[in-house]
Design a protein around this ligand. Structure first.
Ligand SMILES: C[S@@+](CC[C@H](N)C(=O)[O-])C[C@H]1O[C@@H](n2cnc3c(N)ncnc32)[C@H](O)[C@@H]1O
Length: 317
């Protein structure tokens, strides 16, 4: 089954999709690992393809494939989280996770992008969609932000209990890591307490759902707080949903970074704007902070200078 005038990459993705969608289940196994490894290796090389321009049939395949990848990722993380929990100190054994090095590189990339665009060390970070193996929070907390408090949110209570078990034996991390079971769409006032909010790639499995989450965060995050998002670029968009800077209403997008190595996700960093209450006039926007905030005053704001967006592409390796 090939989309008219598709290219060899799309044909290969469709072939792999056919096999993956016929799997009985997506729990880790030799067959599952071989197919998903092949899919990642197919989509990883830099490729200028714009998946949004492919035919309807391929769009449907992509949409379902992203969901299958998300399920497989969740099952893989649960599988290894349970193994890790059997160790006396699980945090000494995180390297048994097959993609641990990817998280080391992704967390370093996100930390470097964060420090390039901000000056303060965050006191409190929310990680949304932390999962049963919250590697991003664990790597950031142990290697980069060793005084920061991490509030991990996951809709799945089992994911949180597995994740909490991993840090229980570690006095430092068990004091700095909190796990909240909630749909992030139900979390409101608490969001204003965080200096930084990370949104996992698999929260919001298509652009529409992800934009709903971003709009929700825009409503409740504090002005000036940082949002770190994961997206995808080129053929990697067959693996994860894509967010564009224009999707981030209520935020000033500071940078978009597209890696070309084995780090699959693109990283977007944005800053929460004051809440708009009137349409910008004559190119100058007048914004009033929400009445409930301490200083409900008008903040003059010139949207023209907010577009200092930087889109960076990793240098070809
Ligand atoms: C499998 S994990 C992957 C995260 C990955 N470990 C990382 O560091 O990026 C994604 C998690 O997002 C959670 N999730 C999905 N939608 C959510 C929502 N609306 N609110 C909170 N958690 C959500 C899922 O339950 C899942 O455990």
């Amino acid at each position: 089954m090939v989309c008219p005038n598709s290219n060899p990459l799309v044909e290969k993705v469709c072939e792999l999709y056919e096999q993956i969608s016929r799997l009985e289940n997506l729990s880790p196994s030799k067959d599952v690992n071989i197919l998903f490894t092949d899919l990642v290796h197919t989509c990883m090389p830099p490729n200028p393809i714009d998946v949004s321009k492919l035919c309807q049939k391929i769009q449907q395949i992509r949409s379902h494939l992203i969901k299958l990848c998300g399920q497989a990722e969740g099952l893989l993380e649960s599988h290894f989280s349970k193994i890790l929990a059997s160790y006396e100190n699980p945090l000494q054994h995180l390297h048994i996770f097959p993609y641990f090095d990817n998280y080391i590189k992704l967390s370093l990339l996100e930390y470097n992008i964060f420090t390039k665009n901000t000056t303060n060390i965050p006191k409190k970070i929310a990680f949304i969609g932390s999962g049963p193996l919250p590697l991003t929070s664990l790597v950031l907390a142990t290697k980069h932000l060793t005084t920061t408090y991490f509030h991990n949110y996951d809709i799945d209570v089992d994911a949180n209990s597995m994740a909490a078990a991993l840090v229980a034996a570690d006095p430092d991390l068990s004091s700095r890591m909190t796990f909240h079971t909630a749909d992030i769409m139900d979390v409101t006032c608490a969001l204003k307490d965080y200096d930084v909010v990370f949104l996992a790639a698999l929260v919001g499995m298509d652009k529409e759902d992800k934009v709903k989450v971003v709009d929700h965060l825009a409503k409740y995050m504090s002005p000036g707080a940082t949002l770190m998002l994961r997206s995808a670029h080129g053929a990697r968009a067959f693996l994860y949903p894509v967010l564009d800077p224009r999707d981030l209403r209520g935020f000033e997008v500071l940078s978009v970074y597209h890696p070309t190595d084995e780090v699959i996700n693109s990283v977007i960093i944005a800053r929460k704007l004051p809440v708009p209450c009137v349409q910008p006039l004559d190119g100058l926007g007048a914004y009033v902070l929400p009445s409930k905030c301490a200083c409900a005053e008008i903040h003059a704001f010139n949207p023209l200078n907010k577009m200092n967006l930087v889109e960076e592409f990793a240098l070809e390796e």
